[in-house]
Design a protein around this ligand. Structure first.
Ligand SMILES: Cc1cc2nc3c(=O)[nH]c(=O)nc-3n(C[C@H](O)[C@H](O)[C@H](O)COP(=O)(O)OP(=O)(O)OC[C@H]3O[C@@H](n4cnc5c(N)ncnc54)[C@H](O)[C@@H]3O)c2cc1C
Length: 528
């Protein structure tokens, strides 16, 4: 490590890397520090330790519309070797009764599949997609790619147009209310809620009724990074280094230095100190940043209290079963519908929308609901992730963080639950009985061990209720990426527009930091 940095970043999650890359390209010298051995946070691809050549994406895999993100283009990530695939059959839901619902990148094919279950629901769906296409393009994308407006300003902006008024009206409902009031068939309802909503916002939350039609109307679907999710992180790091930045991993952070009310550096557990910087940006959560890493008397008391109260999603933790395979799963249902062999995301165990309530109840009680799981076979689309002719596959299940109310509950029960998932998977794809070379699980507890910012296993790094949305995300007084201490900023998934691999928290925060420094953005930044 060399000295003389203008700024320092905590963590190397993708939002932090996006921010760092923008600021380095603006001519600033920026250092990022992470406790993990490799950069990227949720962009993780690990080699199977027992069988050479099998790669597993242990955190994120489905990257929605990445190639259309402004930062993907601005940072010229393909020049650094990144390549994405967006498979045509984006999602297939194989119901327990073998009924199938398919979500294609081609809308007409999707509507045809829905019509096969309910003609009426297909017509309603077509209507909502048509209404939401301009809303996504003119309102929701600009909103996600800018620092959020204050609530009154936002309402005024939306009330000016018919599209804006429709967005306000639909968003007043919850996704669950929206789907149940608009669609009739339990399979279609389940498909709509789970195709796109499963790992997104809590489906019960008022204020998010628009999320389902918006996801349906968005032009870009789930994509995957060739070579594994970590390749995206590597490309971001390459751009940072090319523009004079530094990334150091495997170092614990002891504290954020604050002098005379201004954030000025970091203390590292190895005894080193990074001092004299103009800004500190945290890609961690608000509690880590404002409660654990700064002395209490250096943070305004009200800010510290709000950070302490920051809440996490009850429904976000995932349990993962990862497989190394000698051949890909062959679903019995594919005999009647060979398209299923080409599906990107496959959902199993889901047949009606009422199962959502089972999942919620299980999370509240710390129990395991009947298996609903979804996953992919990355090697169907990218043979580089396994030895020649062999495959990797995974399934995820939404399960409570605290099994039986105990945070470490999964340490005992993880392997056993993996067997339950494998059995359910094998009953849909019988060849798994002989095709499994190796398998391992990652529990919600493992998520927190590798990424402690995902408190309570919340992969979205913060609930969307409790006023933790938009201008007030993570909380009033620390929205707009400014953390409530001069020179200190937040840029992780706890900020607007929220978790998942979008890079937009980092993208928006970069504009705010540069504007505060009096710098001129080299990109088309909406920050003020
Ligand atoms: C199992 C699983 C599957 C997922 N699947 C998807 C998916 O398919 N699609 C999708 O869009 N999203 C998915 N996600 C969610 C996605 O990974 C996260 O929302 C996203 O990674 C959050 O990005 P971030 O920039 O906030 O930082 P993170 O990716 O959370 O990274 C935070 C970084 O900070 C570091 N850090 C944490 N604490 C400290 C500390 N004290 N000191 C120093 N460094 C620290 C970590 O090591 C890490 O590198 C998944 C998550 C999980 C767990």
């Amino acid at each position: 490590m060399t000295g003389g940095f203008d700024g320092v970043v905590l963590g190397t999650g993708h939002n932090a890397l996006v921010l760092q890359a923008y600021l380095c390209r603006a001519g600033l010298r920026v250092l990022a520090v992470d406790r993990a051995e490799t950069p990227g946070g949720g962009l993780a691809t690990v080699a199977n330790p027992r069988h050479a050549g099998f790669l597993h994406n242990t955190h994120s895999f489905f990257h929605r519309g990445i190639t259309a993100m402004p930062w993907y283009v601005d940072l010229e990530l393909e020049r650094h070797g990144t390549r994405y695939i967006e498979p045509d059959l984006n999602v297939a839901m194989i119901c327990p009764d073998r009924q199938v619902l398919k979500w294609w990148t081609d809308l007409d094919r999707t509507l045809e599949s829905v019509a096969g279950v309910s003609r009426r629901d297909a017509d309603v769906l077509a209507g909502w997609i048509a209404r939401f296409e301009p809303i996504v393009e003119k309102l929701l994308i600009p909103e996600a790619t800018s620092p959020p407006l204050p609530p009154e300003g936002r309402r005024e902006w939306l009330e000016r147009t018919a599209d804006g008024r429709l967005l306000l009206e639909v968003s007043a409902r919850s996704p669950l209310e929206f789907v149940r009031s608009e669609f009739e068939h339990p399979v279609v309802r389940a498909g709509l809620l789970f195709f796109n909503g499963l790992r997104e916002v809590d489906l019960r939350l008022p204020g998010f009724g628009h999320s389902i039609p918006a996801l349906l109307a968005g032009r870009h679907k789930a994509q995957m990074c060739v070579g594994g999710s970590a390749r995206l992180a590597e490309a971001l790091v390459a751009d940072i280094v090319e523009h004079g930045g530094e990334v150091i991993c495997g170092v614990e952070i002891d504290g954020i230095l604050v002098e005379r009310g201004h954030a000025t550096g970091l203390a590292l557990a190895n005894g080193e100190r990074i001092t004299g910087v103009d800004f500190v940006v945290s890609g961690l959560n608000p509690q880590q940043t404002l409660v654990e890493l700064i002395d209490a008397d250096r943070v305004p008391a009200a800010i510290r209290r709000r950070a302490e109260r920051f809440e996490y999603n009850l429904l976000a933790p995932l349990f993962a079963l990862n497989l190394a395979l000698s051949e890909p799963p062959v679903y019995t249902a594919a005999a009647a519908d060979p398209d299923l062999d080409e599906a990107f995301m496959t959902i199993l165990g889901l047949g009606h929308d009422g199962q959502f309530e089972d999942i919620v109840a299980a999370h509240q009680q710390g129990t395991v609901p009947p298996t609903v799981m979804w996953g992919a076979v990355p090697t169907r689309f990218d043979s580089s992730q396994a030895p020649a002719g062999q495959h990797t596959a995974f399934m995820w299940e939404k399960l409570p963080y605290r099994l039986g109310g105990v945070a470490d509950g999964w340490d005992q029960a993880g392997r056993e639950h993996g067997e339950v998932m494998l059995e359910a998977w094998t009953s849909a794809a019988p060849n798994l009985a002989h095709a499994v070379v190796d398998w391992f699980v990652r529990t919600p507890r493992d998520t927190v061990r590798s990424l402690p910012n995902m408190r309570e296993g919340d992969l979205l790094v913060g609930a969307f209720g409790n006023d933790q949305v938009g201008y007030h995300r993570p909380f009033p007084g620390a929205g707009h990426y400014r953390a409530g201490v001069e020179g200190l900023y937040l840029c992780g998934g706890s900020c607007h527009p929220g978790g998942n691999i979008t890079g937009l928290c980092g993208y928006n925060a970069a504009g705010v930091v540069l504007a505060d420094l009096g710098g001129k953005p080299w990109w088309n930044s909406a920050a003020v």
